[in-house]
Design a protein around this ligand. Structure first.
Ligand SMILES: [Zn+2]
Length: 394
């Protein structure tokens, strides 16, 4: 598989050379050339927090009855039932359809946070295989939790994080579901695992007040302080949400080099509030938390929600995601600068025509190169029906 390719010139005359997976000063003369005369070249988008396991939800997921009345009820009645019903076949179909649609919308990197309590061992390999097949850059973590089977469940999640094999497009992270579903011992173990695997933490933090109140009931100032005191937040860690962090806590996360990820459609849908304090960090990326990974749609939701809150930093979020990816993959630059990830998108009249990830052509003329999107979606619909049946029986 070649990882060198030359894209352009586009309609502005811009040529992007990718050599060995990275943007280079000059093209490799032997590399294939993708002409895009009427289009415009841009760096690929990053979704900095999502859940590939929820990729089947758009295909008729039954509504919870009666409707959930709180954030915890949304988890208990919807997502924690869906994740218990997942098996290898439904997860594979979910991941492939989600990734296919991400690539077709110009999203070249996904930071995934996975949970499937009845299918832990081998689950991240299913996700890695889907990403490798279709050509998406992906960060993988199993979100360890004790909420179903206690400490043994958390241990199995950690082992699965360690099982991820890194490749030029895959990085492994250590995952925790959220502070309120794990003990102090599990958080300590997660920190140790970050150090032994030389990686960082990916965890939901202060998404709703329940997480804050839980940490306080355990004697901590809040969930962030708990992770810090238990030595589980190496620099570079990824904290999803932070809706209910104070401005001082957000500054502390920033000072420690941690990323925060805002998920506007999810926060609005779960009615958890707007994360007003995130503006006090330089490291806030944009995620979609299981909603489709079309980052233009997510950014439009962000700008709509940010305006009435006077949040004038919303437009920085997408670029921050590229910095997060550069940090994890040790790229020396972002965007289209030499040294950046060789992840580029060509749009023509607003439509995604070409996508290259790590120097590999993965979307050509608006179609996947490595698989057929319609076949993938048909399989997703079939697996979705099976999944809803299993959910009903739980
Ligand atoms: Zn999430």
């Amino acid at each position: 598989m070649t990882r060198s390719i030359t894209v352009g010139p586009d309609r502005t005359g811009h040529i992007v050379a990718i050599v060995n997976g990275l943007i280079a000063e000059a093209p490799d003369p032997a590399a294939p050339v993708i002409a895009c005369s009427g289009g415009e070249i841009a760096p690929g988008a990053v979704c900095a927090h999502t859940h590939l396991y929820s990729g089947l939800a758009p295909y008729g997921m039954p509504a919870a009855e009666p409707a959930p009345a709180s954030f915890i009820e949304i988890l208990e009645k919807v997502w924690w039932r869906l994740d218990r019903a997942l098996d290898a076949e439904s997860l594979r179909a979910s991941a492939r359809d989600y990734i296919a649609k991400a690539l077709l919308s110009g999203t070249t990197s996904l930071v995934d946070h996975h949970e499937s309590p009845h299918f832990i061992r081998g689950s991240l390999q299913v996700l890695a295989d889907a990403a490798a097949e279709l050509g998406e850059r992906t960060l993988l973590a199993f979100g360890a939790t004790e909420r179903n089977f206690g400490r043994a469940e958390a241990e199995a999640g950690f082992i699965e994080c360690g099982n991820v094999e890194e490749t030029p497009l895959i990085r492994r992270l250590v995952g925790l579901h959220a502070g309120f579903t794990v003990s102090d011992d599990t958080i300590r173990t997660a920190g140790e695992l970050c150090r032994s695997l030389n990686t960082v933490m990916h965890v939901h933090v202060a998404e709703a007040m329940d997480d804050v109140e839980d940490a306080q009931a355990r004697g901590y100032a809040g969930p962030l302080e708990r992770l810090i005191e238990l030595d589980a937040l190496p620099a570079g860690s990824i904290l999803a949400h932070g809706v209910h962090l104070t401005s001082d806590e957000v500054r502390e996360a920033d000072r420690r080099g941690c990323w925060l990820v805002q998920n506007p459609r999810s926060n609005e849908g779960n009615r958890v509030g707007y994360p007003d304090s995130l503006r006090y960090s330089e490291k806030v990326a944009l995620g979609c938390d299981g909603w489709n990974a079309d980052m233009a749609v997510e950014e439009a939701a962000l700008l709509r929600l940010a305006a009435p809150h006077g949040d004038d930093r919303a437009a920085e979020r997408l670029d921050a995601g590229r910095r997060l990816i550069a940090e994890r993959f040790r790229f020396s630059a972002t965007g289209l600068a030499p040294g950046a990830a060789g992840d580029v998108v060509v749009r023509k009249g607003g439509e995604v025509m070409t996508v290259v990830v790590g120097g590999r052509l993965v979307v050509c003329n608006g179609r996947l190169v490595n698989a057929d999107a319609d076949t993938i979606e048909a399989e997703a619909r079939t697996q979705a029906e099976r999944l809803w049946e299993k959910m009903r029986a739980l």
